[in-house]
Design a protein around this ligand. Structure first.
Ligand code: HPA
Length: 274
């Protein structure tokens, strides 16, 4: 079966479990420690990944595995509460399957969030950063493999992968909340180790401001299917070697938890304006 057919089938399955008349146009991918946003939605319906065809279960602490439908104010959304990562051993098509199903189910805009290390030493843990571009250093693409014309282009332009209008809207939403949101370039490495200090110096030289282990495959798949993308990183720590302290997953989840309310407020405000 073609991927297009599998996606259409999956979309039918998902839409069949939403309330009659539901038509969410905005999809959210909630990163490490940021999944709590989906618990705040009204008219909430949570579909565990285990019940959805093609969804791999995430086993990372801080990542629940649910596709959640609900409303933020008047805006209907579908949220991926937790994601699967390349470092868990899944191939990239599996990693992007949930994002593809959101788009196949009707989402035309995706807000993709993550926890990231700050490579730019002027970033502060707890800061939220709007992604302006990325460096794909994963060593692979989710689009590798046979080309399916019904899904998207073979040779995809990624010039404006992170939608300029959505970036402006996000910045304005931040301003309304008293937040000065900076923009940054996100470098994706496969992990699961954190980077070495030498790798972080390399990333800085290459033009990265942030580093993480996700997001880029999802952005590529979303752009491939024609969705608009907004990317937001929560800087949970400064990358290795910048401060004289070691990195830990506990620090990542603790910082994400500390900014939870700000993150929820920003996302809520963005959803009111786009
Ligand atoms: N490196 C890679 N991924 C991350 C980091 C980091 O420093 N922090 C949170 N995710």
């Amino acid at each position: 079966m073609t991927l297009r057919k599998q996606l259409d089938r999956s979309a039918l399955e998902i839409r069949g479990r939403l309330p009659a008349g539901a038509a969410p146009r905005i999809g959210l991918v909630l990163g490490s420690g940021l999944g709590g946003f989906a618990d705040r939605l009204s008219d909430r319906i949570a579909l565990p990944y285990g019940e959805l065809a093609g969804f791999a279960a995430s086993r990372v602490e801080g990542h629940a595995g649910n596709l959640v439908y609900g409303r933020s104010g008047r805006t209907e959304v579908m949220a991926l509460q937790g994601r699967v990562h390349y470092y868990e051993g899944h191939d990239l098509p599996t990693v992007v399957w949930p994002v593809r199903t959101l788009i196949a189910s009707g989402c035309t805009t995706l807000i993709i969030t993550n926890a990231a290390g700050g490579v730019d030493p002027t970033l502060r843990p707890g800061e939220l950063v709007i992604l302006s571009d990325h460096l794909n250093l994963l060593g692979g693409s989710p689009l590798r493999g046979p080309h399916e014309e019904q899904l998207g282009l073979r040779f995809l332009d990624l010039s404006d992968a992170y939608d300029p209008d959505l970036r402006v809207a996000a910045r304005q939403a931040g301003t309304q909340l008293g937040l000065t949101l900076r923009e940054g370039v996100y470098a994706a490495l496969s992990g699961p180790t954190y980077e070495t200090p030498a790798e972080v110096r390399m990333l800085r030289t290459l033009g990265a401001d942030l580093v993480g282990m996700s997001t880029v495959p999802e952005v590529i798949a979303a752009r491939h299917m024609g969705a608009r993308v907004l990317g937001i990183s929560c800087v949970t720590n400064l990358a290795a070697g910048i401060l004289p302290q070691k990195l830990s997953h506990a620090e990542v989840t603790e910082t994400a938890a500390r900014v939870r309310e700000t993150f929820v407020a920003l996302l809520t405000r963005i959803l009111e304006t786009i």
